[in-house]
Design a protein around this ligand. Structure first.
Ligand SMILES: Cc1cc2nc3c(=O)[nH]c(=O)nc-3n(C[C@H](O)[C@H](O)[C@H](O)COP(=O)(O)O)c2cc1C
Length: 442
């Protein structure tokens, strides 16, 4: 084990306070009102900080998108306020929030995020997304614009926000009682940003934080998304399903960074990854079967979906039992769904259709259902194959998932030399190994 070997970075997705499986709130170990319990968010964040995780990550779509009749929400009540609650109760862990470039004005974004960056002593990140959910557009009396327009606006919003961040000079905050000078006005200048989509005058009256200004992330894999990331992002939240797919995407992003005059290493890919940890694989699988049993109607829908993924109608068979050999030989992965080969593999290994579903083959990220070692093995394989720089981890249920990850998976990764034993510094930029930046990059 060497200390100069490259190490993975890990951010924890808080989701809505429960986890990435929207029905785990009914498990005995779950806190049913976690959605509104900020103390629990704080507790999870402190635990994650104990495990030296690089940041908390909050996705956000400002709209009701889940079926709340049975499921928990997809996001926190409000990420900015959740991040603020956590900021004052933690010291090192980063706080990365998702804020749409389409449904926010640059002045508000610049002000909120820089204030929180100052409040947290330089630990904030902004996940820039263009948002393509119709329900969100409805909430803003708008519509989902073409990709070209969404990304055209995104470039301008980020330029405007960074200009505002830089509009208060780095040493302008004099606050000298003796001389009576509060600020050096020569260093505080309007930005007068005039784009096609957004306009703002500035200046923004907020001094720099310990990291200068927040770190930018991006999510959205289209060509336009890659260009946006290449130009601005230091972190990209990605959702590939295979190592090959992930490696290819990472290479494309690194090339985009270089095209925009940056070092390839300035862009870090965080691959989304979900897990259920228990003392044995059987126990972990049993927990997921228990969750599936909370909604049989949905399980039946998923069995129909799984059938389409593997090219055989599974619903007419005994879904509790391994498929007969003759049926196993008929399975064919659907090339349109990158998750299909794994589904075929599990069914051919003798997993029943229900257990195959419980293994998470139709989740929105790759899933490991097993022990802490199984989780560590997965992370190591993806990391060492050059597929990713780190992970955006999503426990099925945060309440015990975060604890098990911190207490059981982190020590294994540290022992293997692929995860740091302590924070490198006090700011998110330092901990992600990023160059300093203030204002717009020349
Ligand atoms: C992994 C991932 C996470 C995303 N998270 C969010 C989010 O939290 N909020 C949001 O509004 N959009 C989110 N998006 C959607 C993007 O903003 C974008 O609308 C979508 O990917 C379509 O963009 P495209 O035109 O680049 O394909 C996410 C996309 C990806 C791939």
């Amino acid at each position: 084990m060497t200390t100069d070997q490259k190490q993975m970075k890990i951010v924890l997705q808080m989701v809505s306070g429960y986890g990435g499986e929207f029905k785990t709130w009914r498990l005995p170990e779950a806190k049913a009102d976690a959605y509104t319990d900020m103390d629990l968010y704080v507790e999870m964040a402190q635990l994650a900080e104990k495990g030296k995780l690089h940041a908390l990550f909050m996705a956000d779509t400002p709209a009701l998108v889940n079926n709340l009749n049975t499921e928990t929400p997809m996001h926190s009540m409000d990420p900015l306020i959740a991040m603020t609650s956590v900021a004052r109760a933690t010291n090192r862990i980063g706080l990365v929030g998702t804020f749409s470039t389409t449904f926010n004005e640059p002045y508000n974004l610049a002000r909120h995020l820089k204030t929180l960056d100052v409040v947290s002593h330089g630990r904030v990140g902004w996940n820039t997304v263009t948002t393509s959910t119709g329900a969100t557009a409805d909430n803003f009396g708008s519509h989902i614009a073409s990709r070209k327009e969404r990304y055209g606006r995104a470039h301008e919003v980020i330029e405007a926000v960074q200009s505002l961040w830089g509009s208060w000079g780095e040493s302008a905050y004099v606050h000298d009682k003796e001389t009576g000078q509060f600020a050096d006005l020569d260093q505080i200048k309007p930005v007068n940003y005039r784009g096609e989509y957004v306009k703002t005058s500035g200046p923004l009256p907020i001094p720099p934080s310990e990291q200068g200004q927040p770190v930018l992330f991006q999510a959205g894999p289209s060509g336009e998304g890659v260009e946006l990331a290449g130009r601005f992002a230091s972190g990209v939240y990605a959702n590939p399903f295979t190592i090959e797919e992930s490696r290819e995407y990472r290479d494309i992003l690194r090339e985009a960074a270089v095209r925009h005059g940056r070092e390839a290493d300035e862009i870090n890919v965080f691959t989304g990854f979900m897990f259920t940890i228990a003392d044995s694989k059987e126990e972990a699988l049993a927990r997921r079967r228990q969750v599936m049993a909370f909604d049989l109607e949905e399980t039946n829908q998923r069995l129909r979906y799984l059938s389409a993924m593997v090219g055989v109608n599974l619903t007419s068979l005994d879904v509790e039992k391994p498929l007969p050999e003759g049926v196993q030989n008929m399975l064919q992965a659907n090339w349109q769904d990158p998750r299909s080969p794994r589904a075929v593999e599990l069914l051919q290994e003798g997993y029943s259709p229900l257990d195959t579903l419980a293994m998470g083959v139709i989740n929105y990220h790759p899933v490991v259902v097993g022990t802490a070692t199984d989780v560590a093995d997965f992370l190591q394989e993806w990391f060492e194959s050059g597929a990713t720089d780190g992970f955006s981890i999503v426990p099925d249920l945060a309440h015990d998932g975060v604890r098990r990850f911190v207490e059981e998976v982190v020590p294994i990764l540290q022992e293997r030399g692929i995860f740091h034993r302590d924070y490198e510094g006090s700011t998110l930029r330092e901990n992600l190994g990023l160059p300093y930046q203030y204002g717009v990059k020349d």
